[in-house]
Design a protein. Structure first.
Length: 540
């Protein structure tokens, strides 16, 4: 009865209870010495540890199962233990060792005549070769096995071990033969449904759905994904349900159907938690956080990122924790929270990224902190973060982001009244963005440089910079930017006393504002049209 309970726990994904039953069985059986049943329990315990990625515990249990089966003369138990050890090695990424073990199982089983076991072992062999990146070798191994055994007759005539056609399909998929792959997947699904094996059917169905999606048959693919979800739910197979819900949810996200995706991603996260699969649970919460952000639900996004952070902290994954902390900060920026709280959250994420040695995330976080400080008027703090980001760009040889940081630093120095320093930074920004071919960034640098030159009374330089930015905006088809450059030209010309030219520039800007429906631009150039006084305007 306990063994039957253990199998049901495996099916339902109740890992903690499953391991507790295994411990109870070992306590009951071990005092009586080696037995086939004791070997079976150790093997099941080892398999559970493998799925939980507790590899050292799995190895101890499986080696014990192999030894006990050998002492009892239990040849079937030995082969089962070797199969499980092969699975363990595959999970560990030790594929050569996994291959040796499964080849040994195949050799030991040849004389027994257990065709179903041979089919399963062959499927495992093919999966291992695929994991090693050797699909051609896998296909050769399949053909050899079919030629020297009665597997072909078993699989083709009798419907055989339904996992084998599925694995053959994956081999053809790796080889790029999608038509042959799809034929095998459909056959595997039909055999599984015909033999009332919903678990086997669900894996084939999700793969079929993926191919249908690639072929552009969207609604057909979604219907196939939903069929897989329902089959797993009816079978109450937790592992299959988790992956089927994940596949359906991610497919819907890829189709920008985010509202529909939410319940499936949420169900997948809950199932992975039940299965104690922390890595996939974290992936699902990350997906949920991104969907909530996309849907404009910052409270829910913050909560989801919080769950991601808890999981990464438990796994002592500092880089993952830094990503989650950044996500929480990003969500909190959209909430009516005090700016200091957002700054503290970003600073926390920055410290984690530095601990993890994640220089790319450090750069992103310094930039985000610069923006947050800019928005709250703390320009000295903003400049400090832009300077730190600039150093990181130069250390990494990241010229594109170097241009962006120079632009941001120049604009911040302008707000601080450090005009000469701002001109230096922006002049360098123009040079870098021109060298990298980032014309939009170059246009921004020229526009801000024009603003700085206007503020410092260098009207000829201001006119030249704004005019160059205007030319770039036209080349890029940036009508809004073009409109703001006319607004800026109007102010520069008015400051130089060229009032008619200033009015012409304002008229051109006003026409663009009406064309694109930009009320902010319209109001700014309308003021200039009626007056030659200079006014501040937003950064374009």
């Amino acid at each position: 009865m306990l063994l039957r309970q253990e199998r049901l726990c495996e099916m339902l994904g109740l890992r903690t209870r499953q391991l507790l039953i295994a411990e109870t069985l070992i306590t009951l059986l071990a005092p009586h010495g080696p037995s086939e049943r004791l070997a079976q329990v150790y093997r099941r315990q080892g398999d559970a540890f493998t799925l939980l990625r507790r590899f050292e515990a799995a190895e101890r249990a499986l080696e014990t199962a192999l030894r006990v089966a050998g002492e009892c003369g239990d040849e079937a138990g030995e082969r089962s233990a070797l199969r499980s050890i092969a699975l363990l090695r595959a999970y560990e990424g030790r594929h050569e060792e996994a291959l040796e073990h499964i080849e040994r199982v195949l050799a030991l089983g040849q004389s027994v005549g257990d065709t179903q076991a041979a089919a399963g072992d062959l499927a495992t062999l093919l999966n291992i070769l695929r994991a090693m990146g050797q699909p051609t070798r896998a296909l050769a191994a399949l053909q050899s096995a079919l030629e020297r055994t009665d597997l072909a007759e078993y699989v083709v005539r009798d419907g055989g071990f339904v996992a084998l056609p599925f694995v053959i399909g994956t081999v053809y998929l790796d080889l790029g033969d999608h038509d042959m792959a799809l034929a095998y997947f459909r056959r595997a699904a039909a055999q599984a449904v015909g033999q009332h094996l919903p678990i086997n059917a669900s894996f084939s169905l999700t793969t079929i759905a993926h191919l249908q999606l690639q072929q552009g048959h969207v609604e057909e693919a979604l219907a196939t994904y939903r069929q897989a979800v329902e089959m797993n739910r009816k079978a109450r197979y937790a592992d299959g349900s988790a992956h089927a819900c994940r596949s359906l949810g991610e497919a819907l996200v890829g189709l920008d159907r985010h509202e529909e995706a939410l319940p499936h991603l949420g169900e997948a996260a809950a199932l992975f938690a039940q299965l104690e699969d922390r890595a996939n649970e974290a992936v699902m919460w990350r997906r949920l956080a991104a969907v909530h952000e996309r849907l404009g639900a910052p409270e829910e996004a913050r909560e989801a990122w919080g769950r991601v952070r808890e999981l990464h902290r438990a796994a002592m994954d500092v880089a993952g924790e830094a990503e989650a902390a950044e996500g929480m900060a990003r969500a909190e920026r959209r909430l009516p929270a005090a700016a200091e709280n957002v700054v503290a959250r970003y600073e926390e994420a920055l410290a984690l990224a530095a601990r993890a040695g994640d220089r790319r995330r450090e750069l992103t976080l310094h930039n985000s902190l610069g923006i947050v400080h800019w928005e709250r008027g703390a320009y000295a703090d903003a400049a400090r973060h832009y300077e730190a980001a600039l150093r990181l760009c130069r250390d990494a040889g990241d010229r594109v982001h170097e241009g962006l940081m120079l632009n941001s630093l120049g604009a911040t120095l302008h707000r601080l009244g450090r005009l000469d320093e701002a001109r230096t930074a922006l002049g360098e920004g123009v040079r870098v963005t021109k060298e990298t071919g980032e014309r939009q960034l170059q246009a921004h640098a020229l526009a801000t440089l024009g603003e700085v030159c206007l503020a410092s009374g260098r009207l000829d330089e201001a006119h030249s910079s704004v005019d160059a930015s205007l030319a770039l905006r036209r080349a890029l088809g940036d009508r809004r930017g073009e409109g703001w450059m006319f607004e800026r030209l109007s102010r520069v010309r008015a400051a130089a006393g060229a009032h008619d030219a200033a009015r012409d520039a304002a008229d051109a800007g006003l026409a663009i504002a009406h064309e694109i429906g930009d009320e902010t631009l319209r109001a700014a150039v309308a003021r200039l049209r009626s007056s030659t006084a200079t006014t501040d305007s937003p950064n374009p």
